[in-house]
Design a protein around this ligand. Structure first.
Ligand code: ADP
Ligand code: ZN
Length: 437
């Protein structure tokens, strides 16, 4: 048998820091000049700020550049930020629109090749190789997830099964029949699929080894639960966004200690979301990404709204790249409840720390007499508990205490029958905020 792949591109993935910084600087300079020459919005902004491409002499000079925000992409819908003539664009994608009107991205042939390369790297980092059979259970279409993983996995030589999302029982049947070893899905859908496989009694007939999940966050607790439910697989996650490329910006290796950034393609900074000031590595803030190599629609200092921090410590896998920690949440997902900041992921952590309840939950916020109220609905694993008031109360109190400890808030807990809350085939939507209605 051939030796398993450890890295897809060892030269880039283990490049010494100094050499990588030199490469990044060279690419940054070229990219800033390219954007200035070809994209009117960048030229106007830089002129207004009195910055010229020649002012970029070090990587930290990136902070001289203007930020780009989601509204810039929307305002220039659909083609206003393209840096090449339409003839050179060979693919268009649009974001799934989790937070509003869709935004578009155009790719040249080189962009697509580079994209496949970065995705191939993170799939290998997550355990996949050319021996694997990978089922893509992301929805195919304008969403970048499915085609991004599709071409990355093909590039590395895995066998791709492009099922798309939905029709979950059929998905499980195909996994068994085709001997699928790698699952590509959102964490929420991967959980729903695991439940379905359990219910069909097929979970132990599957050959699944790796879940390479992404497009939304999940907590460590949810990852562990997924690994357990699927019978001891390794679950890694990866990160990306349409504006910048799609999946491929960063991905976990099997040590799961932060997502390795594809640093030869992206310059990542973390900034204070309020002041925009760049923060030192290790501090939490908003991730800001600059494309270092992209022809179609490159972004300079794109504000992702995703909250994380940069880890710059060696990793056991031998890759030298800086990593981003698990995303805590989008800054626009952060809820302020009675003056306390709350990320839905904190509720997830609190719930998954309690035995007897399932991994599905919903958060509903209401306001009465100027008082915010949070209701958390969560499923019982054993529905017969609903008959026993005492046991139910005890469980409710345990959940409440865990939530208070982790979120510093009191919430109302509603325990519901198994299999009654909504399941998701793509990104989960667990929060309903009715406070301003
Ligand atoms: P939309 O904004 O419509 O969801 P995208 O499909 O481009 O559009 O999604 C990109 C966003 O998805 C990221 O900005 C981030 O908020 C989220 N995301 C993607 N991967 C992850 C991940 N591994 N962890 C947390 N969030 C993620
Ligand atoms: Zn690693």
């Amino acid at each position: 048998m051939s030796k398993p792949m450890r890295m897809f591109n060892p030269e880039m993935e283990t490049m010494p820091h100094e050499q990588m910084r030199a490469l990044q600087l060279e690419r940054l300079k070229r990219m800033v000049a390219y954007c200035y020459e070809r994209v009117p919005m960048y030229r106007t902004r830089m002129d207004e700020m009195g910055v010229k491409p020649a002012d970029i002499r070090t990587l930290s000079d990136v902070s001289l550049l203007p930020f780009t925000v989601k509204d810039d992409v929307r305002d220039n819908y659909p083609y206003g930020l393209l840096a090449v003539p339409m003839k050179e664009i060979v693919r268009l994608h649009a974001s799934s629109g989790t937070t509003g009107k869709p935004i578009t991205a155009g790719y040249t042939r080189n962009d697509l090749n580079n994209w496949a390369e970065m995705v191939a790297r993170l799939c290998v980092a997550g355990g996949a190789s050319d021996e694997d059979i990978a089922q893509i259970s992301f929805g195919y279409g304008l969403f970048t997830g499915a085609l991004g993983l599709h071409y990355g996995l093909e590039k590395l030589g895995a066998t791709v099964v492009p099922v798309s999302s939905g029709n979950t029982e059929r998905q499980i049947m195909l996994m068994r029949d085709f001997g699928v070893t790698v699952l590509i899905a959102t964490p929420a859908y991967a959980m729903y699929m695991a439940e379905t496989a359990e219910r069909m009694g097929l979970i132990h007939e599957l050959k699944l080894k790796y879940g390479i999940l992404g497009a939304e966050g999940s907590t460590e607790e949810m990852r562990a639960e997924l690994e357990r439910r699927w019978g001891g697989i390794t679950v890694t996650e990866n990160y990306g966004l349409t504006e910048i490329m799609g999946p491929g910006v960063a991905g976990d290796c099997i040590y799961k200690d932060g997502m390795h950034i594809n640093e030869d393609y992206f310059w990542c900074e973390v900034v204070d979301p309020d002041t925009g000031k760049t923060l030192p590595d290790g501090e939490y803030g908003e991730l800001v990404i600059t494309n270092l190599v992209k022809e179609g629609q490159p972004m300079l200092r794109y504000r992702t709204h995703d909250i994380t921090r940069i880890i710059d410590a060696p990793c056991a896998c031998g890759r030298t790249s800086r990593r981003i920690e698990k995303i805590r949440g989008r800054s626009d997902d952060m809820l302020i409840v009675r003056g306390v900041n709350l990320f839905p992921s904190q509720v997830e952590t609190a719930l998954l720390g309690v035995k007897g309840i399932g991994p599905h939950y919903e958060i509903v916020l209401t306001r009465k007499n100027y008082m915010d109220k949070v209701q958390v609905k969560v499923e019982l694993l054993d529905g017969s508990l609903l008959e026993s008031y005492g046991a139910l109360e005890e469980l409710r109190r345990e959940i409440q205490a865990n939530i208070r400890r982790i979120c510093q808030l009191d919430m109302e807990i509603t325990l519901v029958s198994p299999n009654t809350l909504k399941r998701f085939e793509g990104k989960a939507r667990r929060v309903t905020d009715l406070r301003n209605q």
